[in-house]
Ligand binder design. Structure first.
Ligand SMILES: NC(=O)c1ccc[n+]([C@@H]2O[C@H](COP(=O)([O-])OP(=O)(O)OC[C@H]3O[C@@H](n4cnc5c(N)ncnc54)[C@H](O)[C@@H]3O)[C@@H](O)[C@H]2O)c1
Length: 352
C-alpha cells in the first residue's frame, strides 16, 4: 500500500497528536502542517521532521503532494478548513464535533460527494474496546430492545479555564456530549428526533468565560428510546481524573453499564490520588497506541481502499443536528425537533 500523504490544520493539543501518530505510522507521511502562529509551525516541523509549514491553510491544501488533510481546529472552526481541503480535492479527517451547524454539515456532505472525496469524523470513542463490544451485544439482542439510556461526560474545571482557550466559544455539550450522542446513535441504530435541554451558567461566567457550566438534555430517538445526556466542566480540579464518564443502556431484557471514570488504575502518592487514563492514547514502547491512533489508522485504510469510513460525515451531521436542537431548546425553553436530513442527502451514498 502506498503511503497516504497527510497535512494537518491546527497544531494545538490534538493537532500535535495527529502529527505524532501519522509521522510514526508506516502507511502515512506528514508532508505539511499549518497553524496560525509561525513559531508553533516551526516547532512542530522541527520536532516531527515535517518538510513544509504554513500559517495559511488555504495555501497548504493546494499542494499537489497531499492526499488527505486533518482538521484539528476549535469546535466552531471546522467548516472553513474542511471545505477548503475538499475543494482542493483532498480527503478529510475532521475532529469532533463535525460542525456546529447542520447547514454547514449538509454543505460539507454535498461538497464531498461532488468532488468524490471521503470525510471521516474523529469520534474516536467508537474504537474503545468496551464501547465496541457494547455495539456488538446490543446488535446481537443480548439486552433486548433498548428502552432508555444515560450518558454523563463531565470534566474538571481545568479544561474550560486552562486546557482550551476557546471554552467561551463552545459549550460542554458540543465539546463532551458530542461523543456520547454519536455512541448512542450507533448503539441504538436509531436517529434522534427531538430534544429538551436545561443548562446552568454561573461558575464559568463569573470567571469571565461566557458559557454553560453544565447542560442536561433529554433526547427521544426514532426507536422510542429516551436518552439523557449530561455534560459539565465545573468539577473541582481535585477530582482524581480530568474526565468522569458513565454510560448506560437499559433494554427490555438487560442492561449495559460503562464506567470510564477509572480505566482500571488508581495511584496514591503522599499528596494526591489519581486515576491515570490510557485507553484512548498511551505511549507504549515508544509508539502511541489506543483508540485514538486506531481511529486515525482506519482513516488511512478508508482512503487507500476507497472504502466507507467507520464514522461518516452523515454520522457527524446527525450528531450535529441533535446538538443544534439541544442548544435551541436551551434558548426557547421548550422541546425542539432535530432537523431531518434534506431529501438530496437521504440516500445511502451520502454516507461518503
Ligand atoms: N477526540 C477527542 O478526544 C478530542 C479531545 C480534545 C479536543 N478535541 C477536539 O479537537 C479540536 C481541537 O481541539 P484542541 O484541544 O487541539 O484545541 P487547541 O486550542 O489546543 O488547538 C486548536 C488549534 O487551532 C488553531 N486555530 C484556532 N482558530 C483557528 C481558525 N479559525 N482557523 C485555523 N486554525 C485555528 C489554533 O491556533 C490551534 O493551533 C476541537 O474541535 C476539540 O473539540 C477532540
Amino acid at each position: 500500500m502506498e503511503k497516504i500523504r497527510v497535512g494537518v490544520i491546527g497544531l494545538g493539543i490534538m493537532g500535535e497528536l495527529y502529527v505524532k501518530v501519522y509521522s510514526a505510522h508506516p502507511l502515512a507521511s506528514v508532508v505539511a502542517v499549518s497553524s496560525r502562529r509561525q513559531k508553533r509551525v516551526d516547532e512542530i516541523q522541527a520536532r516531527f521532521h515535517v518538510p513544509h509549514g504554513f500559517t495559511d491553510y488555504g495555501q497548504m491544501v493546494e499542494r499537489k503532494d497531499l492526499d488527505a488533510v486533518v482538521v484539528a481546529t476549535p469546535d466552531r472552526h471546522h467548516f472553513a478548513p474542511a471545505s477548503a481541503a475538499l475543494e482542493a480535492g483532498k480527503h478529510v479527517l475532521v475532529e469532533k464535533p463535525f460542525t456546529t451547524s447542520t447547514r454547514e454539515a449538509d454543505e460539507l456532505i454535498r461538497l464531498s460527494r461532488r468532488v468524490g472525496k471521503t470525510i471521516q469524523v474523529a469520534f474516536n470513542h467508537r474504537w474503545l474496546s468496551a464501547y465496541h463490544e457494547t455495539k456488538r451485544q446490543i446488535a446481537a439482542g443480548e439486552i433486548g430492545a433498548p428502552l432508555a439510556g444515560y450518558a454523563r461526560k463531565n470534566d474538571t474545571i481545568f479544561v474550560a479555564t486552562d486546557y482550551i482557550s476557546w471554552a467561551g466559544e463552545t459549550t460542554c455539550a458540543w465539546f463532551l456530549s458530542s461523543h456520547d450522542i454519536d455512541l448512542m446513535r450507533w448503539w441504538l441504530a436509531s436517529e434522534p428526533l427531538e430534544a429538551r435541554a436545561w443548562g446552568r451558567a454561573e461558575v464559568l461566567r463569573n470567571r469571565g468565560i461566557p458559557t454553560y457550566d453544565l447542560i442536561q438534555a433529554q433526547v427521544r430517538f426514532a426507536s422510542g428510546a429516551i436518552v439523557t445526556f449530561e455534560s459539565a466542566w465545573v468539577y473541582p480540579n481535585a477530582f482524581p481524573t480530568i474526565v468522569d464518564s458513565f454510560m448506560e443502556v437499559i433494554g427490555s431484557a438487560g442492561l449495559v453499564h460503562l464506567d470510564r471514570k477509572r480505566e482500571s488504575m488508581e495511584v496514591s502518592t503522599e499528596n494526591k490520588f489519581t486515576y491515570p487514563k490510557g485507553f484512548l492514547t498511551a505511549e507504549i514502547f515508544g509508539r502511541l497506541r489506543g483508540a485514538f491512533p486506531a481511529c486515525l489508522e482506519d482513516f488511512l485504510y478508508a482512503v487507500a481502499e476507497g472504502s466507507t469510513p467507520q464514522v461518516t460525515a452523515l454520522d457527524g451531521r446527525q450528531t450535529t443536528a441533535a446538538l443544534e436542537a439541544i442548544h435551541r431548546s436551551l434558548e426557547t425553553g421548550v422541546g425542539e425537533s432535530v432537523a431531518p436530513l434534506p431529501p438530496d442527502l437521504a440516500i445511502a451514498d451520502a454516507a461518503r
